[in-house]
Design a protein around this ligand. Structure first.
Ligand code: PLP
Length: 363
């Protein structure tokens, strides 16, 4: 098979060293292995600027959605009610989860290229005092829009609501001060900005909030509280853990540290993203999200003309060493390119040179 770099926002391109870490078969209940899990939990807490007294970390098997579902099934009692704020498919997936589980909820949806409005949120909360939780996605990977978590965090604090943030595609690639924002549950996964391989997700949560999850779960394997109780003792996973993935993730955290932590990685991603958008604009591509709302993670580009064939473009790009991502919008023809993972300025320049050749333009 021909090698290529992934411009998809997870799984993404990882380093040789991260991949090499998986060449040993570790024992899931052995002390050395449990220590890898414990170190990962400690490292994640540090990246979140959180202290062990107030916050804790739980790792959960499966893709990111499994972890989102584990938070949703565990953080809500029968009486609790969610305000789910959406402007993309990942927010909508949380509404779907709420419907599956039977969580009471109000859905506040805005257009995919717009921010939710603070006044609207305050109004919804004041009209319905049954609402106990606010749920939102940080970076909506659907489009690349970066939602205003500071605003939501302030509202949640002032109105005393539990705040659940899906920061799947932003945590590790952007500074998020979880205690300062007062986030109660933040969800992310191994194969996004920390640059591990897929296989588990993690939750950084307020200790008191995890404790109050006891008995809520409608699912055995996704019970976040039970998973935490077992893991918090000595780093043992409740059921078989993805040992290779966990070892690789430990390595990816070391590499993040070597790179200079989140600030350095954020800088690299921002630089990648700005360069990508600048060169694509010169080639003739407009973006779906306006610059002020654009994340440094992934960008949605609008088809340049009616003759543009995504499949032909995709095949050409793959042939030349890059895998891109289809769009996820119904009202506009777009495709997406992520700029996270082991991707550097030279990759973006090479990518854009290939696109210029493909379209026969000299920007
Ligand atoms: C990747 C992602 C998820 C999880 O998707 P999986 O395919 O289950 O890993 C959830 N929310 C957001 C915002 C994401 O980017």
């Amino acid at each position: 098979m021909k090698q290529y770099k992934l411009l998809t926002p997870g799984p993404l391109t990882t380093t040789e060293a991260v991949k090499r870490e998986m060449l040993f078969d570790r024992c899931t209940w052995d002390d050395d292995y449990k220590q890898i899990t414990q170190k990962i939990r400690t490292d994640l807490l540090k990246l979140a600027h959180a202290e062990n007294d107030d916050y804790t970390v739980v790792l959960m098997q499966g893709s990111g959605t499994f972890t989102v579902e584990s938070v949703m099934t565990s953080a809500f009692s029968k009486e609790d009610k969610a305000l789910i704020i959406t402007n993309g498919a990942y927010g909508e997936r949380m509404v779907k989860i709420a419907n599956y589980i039977g969580i009471k909820h109000t859905h506040y949806a805005v257009a995919y290229n717009e921010y939710p409005k603070e006044a609207e949120i305050r109004n919804l909360l004041s009209l319905d005092n049954e609402i106990t939780h606010i749920v939102m996605v940080h970076c909506e990977t659907t489009t690349g829009i970066l939602n205003p978590i500071e605003m939501i965090a302030n509202v949640a604090k002032e109105t005393n609501k539990t705040l659940i943030i899906d920061a799947m595609s932003s945590f590790g690639g952007m500074e998020i001060d979880i205690p300062a924002l007062g986030i109660d549950f933040l969800i992310s996964s191994a194969n996004k900005c920390i640059q591990g391989v897929p296989g588990f997700g993690f939750v950084i949560a307020k200790r008191e909030k995890i404790i109050s999850c006891k008995g809520n779960a409608r699912s055995l394997s996704l019970d976040l509280y039970d998973q935490w109780v077992v893991m918090d003792k000595d780093g043992k996973w409740r059921y078989t853990s993805p040992t290779h993935v966990v070892a690789a993730f430990g390595k990816s955290l070391d590499e993040l540290d070597t790179e200079g932590g989140i600030p350095a990685r954020e800088q690299r991603y921002r630089n990648n993203n700005q360069l990508l958008r600048k060169r694509m604009k010169a080639i003739g591509f407009d973006t779906y999200i306006s610059e002020d709302k654009q994340s440094p993670i992934i960008t949605s580009f609008i088809y340049p003309n009616d003759q543009f064939s995504f499949q032909a473009f995709y095949d050409y790009m793959k042939e030349h060493g890059f895998v891109i991502y289809p769009g996820k919008l119904t009202d506009e023809d777009t495709f997406r390119m992520g700029n996270i993972g082991e991707i550097y300025e030279e990759d973006i320049n090479r990518l854009c040179d290939i696109i210029e050749n493909y379209l026969g333009v000299k920007a």
